[in-house]
Design a protein around this ligand. Structure first.
Ligand SMILES: [Mg+2]
Length: 217
């Protein structure tokens, strides 16, 4: 298989699918009570936008109902930023993926439903053995729902190929989600299904060539 560029999904592909659910979201909830006392003026101005006396209660309610509130999303991004910067959070990118991203001579792009801002934070604070490394210099560009559309729509991949500036057939997309692979394939991309510890079983797994370790690339 020859390709000239790669587009990588994040959760379930380069890091465990549980990272967001079991690390990032609990971290945010753990910090909610202390937010009204935060010295970050950006956090304070976001809290004021909720327009309620009990902002902690309001936030907990939005989170428990899984409301996609833009102020909440921005607030979560800031809280995670503090968490990464303080060393309380590091991104558990798989060692083989870190190694590959560091060494490949092919340009690497990221496409995730998490915001571009959240993606950059994740790659800025990657856990690698005993240290935290910044993989951002190795990543050409980042795509999310706002820049490119939803991940199960073939049109999104057409836009991404156009932005990369290569024919779709020269780009390899890796993801743990077969619906995303199907959309990318539809747009002409080469695709491989990532199977990683903790990933959910994929129904139509046999339709795809599988990757369990980036060292084979
Ligand atoms: Mg995924």
């Amino acid at each position: 298989m020859t390709f000239s560029a790669l587009v990588l999904d994040i959760e379930g592909t380069v890091c465990p699918i549980s990272f967001v659910k079991e690390t990032l979201f609990p971290y945010f909830l753990q910090k909610v009570d202390s937010l009204p006392r935060s010295e970050d003026t950006h956090i304070q101005s976001l809290l004021q936008q909720f327009k309620t006396d009990d902002v902690v209660d309001q936030i907990r309610s939005l989170v428990s109902r899984d409301v996609k509130d833009p102020i909440l999303k921005e607030l979560q991004g800031l809280v995670w930023q503090h968490g990464y910067a303080s060393g309380e959070i590091t991104a558990p990118v798989y060692a083989d993926a870190v190694d590959f991203i560091e060494k490949t001579d092919k340009p690497v792009y990221i496409y995730s439903s998490g915001s571009v801002k959240a993606q950059k934070l994740l790659f800025q604070y990657v856990k690698s053995q005993q240290e935290t490394i910044d993989l951002r210099p190795r990543i050409q560009n980042y795509y999310d729902i706002n820049t490119s559309g939803i991940k199960t729509d073939a049109e999104s991949y057409v836009r991404i190929a156009k932005d990369i500036g290569l024919p779709a057939g020269d780009i390899l997309f890796l993801s743990d989600n077969s619906l995303e692979l199907k959309a990318a394939q539809h747009a002409g991309f080469q695709v491989r299904l990532a199977i990683r510890p903790g990933n959910l079983p994929v129904d139509d797994q046999s339709r795809y060539s599988i990757i369990t370790d980036f060292s084979v690339l």
